[in-house]
Design a protein around this ligand. Sequence first.
Ligand code: ATP
Ligand code: MG
Length: 423
Amino acid sequence: MSKRIQSIRGMHDVLPPESEMLRATEHATQNVLRQYGYQEIRMPLLEQTELFKRSLGEVTDIVEKEMYTFEDRNGNNLTLRPEGTASCVRAGIQHGFLYGQPQRLWYCGPFFRHERPQKGRYRQFHQLGVEVFGFVGPDIDAELIILSAHMWKKINLPMQPRLEINSLGSSQARNKYREKLIAYLQQYEDRLDKEAKQRLHTNPLRVLDSKNPEMQEIIHNAPSLLEHLDAESVEHFLQLQKLLDAANIQYTINPRLVRGLDYYSKTVFEWVAEGLGAQATICAGGRYDGLVEQLGGKPCPAAGFAIGLERLVSLLEGSQQAEQSIDVYMVLMGEAAEIAGLQLAEELRTQLPISSVVTNCGGGSIKSQMKRADKSQARLAFILGEDELKSQNITVKYMREKRDQEMVSQSDLVAFLENYINQ
Ligand code: ATP
Ligand code: MG
């Protein structure tokens, strides 16, 4: 036997019934987006490496160590997308849709980061991303948060995730704060870990994000960014809080929430789910007013968030949303029944779009076909044999309840099944 080829570490096949849960979650969340008037955009999985370097920042986890980057056959430097915002902005500038009218967009699909695989952290994972362009005020920030809260309800998340918000202010305010933070951290340089020491001068705000328990005291006593905000950002942040209060959305202000990427300004937020362990953030985002210009477009205010779908689905596992069940398994005895059965099944699917009907393929005795019907999780078996063909009937067997089998005329079958599904 030749050696078996395995999937790449951290990149998983999604099998049923998990795939069904993922699909149902995507469907429910995307339907919420439709209700709020958001439209889908699909971007390529590959982009020029430069795009991510210029937008995310050179000194970020993603650009420093997580990107899948390679040269293609023409020698172009390409990267498998680690996130969606940069591509979405690139597309907006390229096609000119950012200007003139505001845009509410979403995308969903795989993303790639070369991280250490563990629970809730994979090398290929799925995000549902939402981006809005052309809105300056905190009303859209509030809408993004309210709409994500709406999603948690729609997918019946078994617990209420916690919302943390913060404001990073304008880039000028952040630069001033940066100086103060560096001066403060330098006093404790010998107590900083290796990563923090490296970041001290390149990206000191990220030091605040460290989970290292030995540095928590230093981080806790650091000057707060919130006290150094510019007046406009303060006003924006207060107005956002007012809107969230009015919408009855609970939140905590976390002054140490800085997010990993360079492009954020003003509002940032995260939804955190207890019970997921270390990888507890299911949704993260914020405002990025400077990014469009930074990538070569005309200035355009923007905001967005991304949901990690694997983390969301793992919260749903074990709750009521179980696997897909089918309505009917057609047991077909003999060649004539196989031919007639195909037509009958097709008619049921056409007349009753909500129904799911599986036909037996590959023949077999009545016993083995009934076994397959049972395994398929079907609620009903429709048996078509010689007798039924002659009398133009179907034998209906109830697979999941104690109920006698019955004969139904083939001409009444659509009405019978409709009635059964809707009862
Ligand atoms: P973390 O702090 O967990 O590394 P992040 O700040 O890198 O998260 P974002 O870039 O904000 O994450 O991505 C948005 C969401 O996508 C995260 O909140 C998370 O739910 C999900 N996510 C990010 N990286 C991964 C990954 N490697 N595997 C699975 N989900 C991920
Ligand atoms: Mg990360």
